[in-house]
Design a protein around this ligand. Structure first.
Ligand SMILES: [Zn+2]
Ligand SMILES: [Zn+2]
Ligand SMILES: [Zn+2]
Length: 155
């Protein structure tokens, strides 16, 4: 997995936006300039971005931008699987693999903020089985692991 310091981030954002266009065409959804801009802002880093930071960034470009502008765009992007919600940081991050449904666990670096995805269906079904053993009917799971990323560990 690439660390943000050591890759061509511009190319990374460009390919993410191209993927978003493909997905929207496929799902007959409209990637309006505003939705596209919010996605681009979230892709501005490989970290978690809060809704208020997004609003502040949008307002720099358009002082008329209001919270619903951001929330509606976020909802759209979440629905299409282009971004993920990070509960423990109360924010959002880009999806690294939006072109395919996937279960997702997150590794979140407390030092540099990097968020990486794991796609372990084994882990997801083990968790589901445990919940069911406890007589619980799981509908959704969030797994967020905090710590230090590879880049920070080796620095
Ligand atoms: Zn990047
Ligand atoms: Zn993802
Ligand atoms: Zn880190």
């Amino acid at each position: 997995m690439t660390s943000p310091q050591h890759h061509d981030h511009e190319a990374c954002v460009a390919s993410a936006l191209a993927a978003a266009e493909r997905i929207c065409t496929l799902k007959k959804a409209r990637l309006t300039p505003n939705r596209r801009r919010v996605l681009e802002l979230i892709w501005g880093s490989h970290d978690v971005v809060g809704a208020y930071d997004l609003l502040a960034a949008l307002q720099k470009e358009d002082p008329a931008a209001k919270p619903p502008t951001v929330y509606r765009a976020l909802e759209f992007l979440l629905d299409l699987g282009l971004i993920h919600r990070i509960e423990s940081a109360n924010g959002f991050t880009r999806c690294e693999a939006p072109e395919g449904a996937h279960v997702c666990q997150f590794l979140i670096c407390d030092e540099c903020g990097l968020v990486e995805e794991l796609h372990s269906s084994k882990l997801a079904s083990a968790l589901e089985a445990q919940a069911e053993d406890a007589g619980f009917e799981p509908t959704f799971q969030t797994v967020e692991v905090r710590g230090r990323c590879r880049g920070c560990v080796s620095a």
